[in-house]
Ligand binder design. Structure first.
Ligand SMILES: [Zn+2]
Length: 566
């Protein structure tokens, strides 16, 4: 089972020809395939719209009825994708070959992967769903036991952020890890089911299958992460030692006594706030949405219409998170958010509107429905991350008129912001190493000593000492392993994509300026570049082809490492 690949340049030439109405004479295979796709999309499209609208209503209103509607629509989509007769037809069309039109072939490939995942016996699908749901419920109702009482996860977080007493921190941290022991058995059962499903479809294990389904190869991704490890190891060690000194000082201990509970996040996936940087002050009197409007129209990717359809402020029953959704792939794009004037929400809105920009709103409608979306989750995350980073960029602060008038303050905030961002990304990159490699080991050999594997990886990549005499399923306290399996590495690849694209913009749009000096405010050429290189192809190019097409190189960690060298 391999996917058709060919040179990105050629594909785009074809795409341009096709958009201009020049198409090679279609073969009968092409016509058959087009007819199949038209009929299939005719059924899929209204269901997807229904599910997206129900999800939107459920998230903005929080009512059971909408959740139920969403579930119903999703079940009908699953039934369509799982249909053995349709899958048979689709597979035959793909395997027979002779399709003269690259875009038609690409649609078959994309649809094939979506359907393939559903081709496991329905009892197995149901059992996996049930297990995953019941574990998720256990996560939701879990209350960490700390010092004889129960605490909420916010209270645990509060202790980890503030307490100077190591014993209290340890108790809170251990309490938060308690959920691992609660779900361990069910999680291992779920892993066995997932592996069984993968083997039914002819894959070695679930990890290999999931990568295949998202057009990635395990070996390639590991190689990329090895390279990233190499480039981030020393910068991370240096940043971490500065942080460790602060943490040790705060608790009155030696650096050598630091254990996982001395970090502010139970997994050390975020940067501890130890340098007293106040970035919220920058935005406390700002109109976050106005800044977004001015910024995005300045790069000629206006988002006015998105904001009009969006649900942006806190209210009863509404989801506390933020997301962007493309309702119909016909330009109805919306953002859900809970904006308050803070740095976090500045970043979040730049991020979500980055997703909004990279959607059917700007992908030409000559791109067929199945391909009228981002090339890959990592490419849309990359675009969103690239814009999200600006909230911590001193030059951007000046350009957008939010920087202080006092030069000394301005310099301090700018330096603080750069350090926060750098630490955040270095720390996150090391944490993603643990997630990727643990999940690989988990599905490859679920019977090994997983407790040990987890801490071996944490020590190696995050350089955090394991607690003495602890033998507990701490890996199972990370909910993503349950609800978003083999997915996490895409966030990191999104960060790499963001840096690499930024460097390409510096080179090709900003006339070779140093990437550190390049900001996007008020430069319509940036929008033009993105329209041509990222938005126009939609998903006609796979993520690796798109990366090469837009940046001239395969995805690699060099630009990222350069951006975040201390
Ligand atoms: Zn995102």
């Amino acid at each position: 089972m391999t996917l058709r690949k060919s040179g990105a340049a050629m594909i785009c030439a074809l795409l341009i020809l096709q958009q201009a109405g020049f198409s090679a004479e279609p073969t009968s295979q092409t016509m058959k395939s087009s007819a199949f796709l038209k009929e299939f999309v005719g059924r899929l499209k209204p269901l997807q719209k229904k599910a997206n609208l129900a999800w939107w209503n459920a998230s903005t209103k929080g009512d059971d009825q909408s959740f139920q509607k969403k579930q119903e629509a999703e079940n009908r989509i699953d039934a369509l994708l799982a249909s053995p007769a349709e899958f048979q037809l689709l597979s035959t069309l793909r395997e027979k070959g002779g399709i003269s039109d690259r875009v038609v072939a690409r649609q078959l490939d994309v649809l094939y992967l979506r359907c393939l995942e559903k081709q496991v016996p329905s009892w197995l699908l149901q059992e996996m769903n049930a297990k995953s749901n019941s574990i998720e419920k256990a996560f939701n109702s879990f209350r960490p036991k700390v010092g004889g009482g129960e605490k909420s996860s916010n209270e645990v977080r509060n202790i980890l952020q503030k307490s100077a007493i190591s014993a209290d921190r340890q108790a809170a941290w251990e309490g938060s890890k308690g959920v691992g022991a609660v779900v361990e058995k069910d999680l291992l059962a779920l892993v066995a089911l997932r592996n069984q499903a993968a083997r039914e479809l002819g894959f070695e294990n679930y990890h290999v299958m999931k990568m295949f389904l998202s057009e990635q190869k395990q070996g390639d991704i590991l190689k990329l992460f090895d390279e990233l490890d190499e480039l981030t190891r020393e910068p991370f060690r240096k940043a971490k030692s500065e942080i460790d000194e602060k943490l040790a000082e705060h608790c009155g201990i030696e650096v050598g006594e630091i254990r996982p509970w001395h970090y502010h996040d139970p997994f050390f996936q975020d940067s501890p706030a130890v340098f007293g940087a106040d970035l919220d002050g920058l935005y406390s009197k700002q109109d976050i949405l106005k800044l977004c409007r001015v910024f995005y129209s300045g790069i000629d990717l206006p988002i006015e219409d998105v904001l009009e359809r969006s649900d942006l402020f806190e209210k009863q029953g509404k989801s506390p998170h933020a997301f962007c959704t493309d309702i119909d792939r016909d330009g109805d794009v919306r953002v859900l958010a809970n904006v308050v004037p803070s740095e976090r929400w500045m970043e979040t809105m730049l991020h979500e509107l980055g997703h909004a920009v990279y959607s059917s709103k700007n992908i030409p409608n000559t791109v067929p429905y199945l391909l009228r979306e981002q090339s890959h989750i990592l490419t849309t995350e990359g675009i969103a991350m690239m814009f999200g980073r600006l909230s911590k960029n001193g030059l951007w602060h000046e350009k957008m008129g939010v920087a202080s008038d006092d030069p000394a303050t301005r310099r301090k905030v700018s330096n603080d912001a750069a350090r926060v961002l750098r630490n955040q990304l270095l720390i996150f990159s090391r944490w993603c190493q643990v997630m990727l490699r643990f999940e690989k080991g988990l599905y490859e050999n679920p019977k090994q000593d997983l407790n040990k594997l987890w801490w071996d990886l944490v020590e190696k990549y995050q350089m955090v000492k394991r607690p003495e005499n602890r033998d507990a399923p701490d890996y199972a306290s990370k909910i993503h392993i349950v609800v978003a399996p083999v997915y996490y590495h895409n966030y990191m690849m999104g960060e790499l994509f963001a840096s690499q694209l930024h460097h390409a913009i510096a080179r090709d749009v900003a006339d070779g300026a140093a990437p550190r000096k390049v900001i996007y405010a008020d430069d319509p050429r940036v929008g033009e570049f993105l329209k041509q290189k990222i938005l126009a192809p939609g998903a006609t190019l796979a993520w690796d082809e798109l990366t090469e097409f837009a940046t001239g190189e395969r995805l690699n960690p060099k630009a990222f490492a350069e951006d975040f060298r201390p």
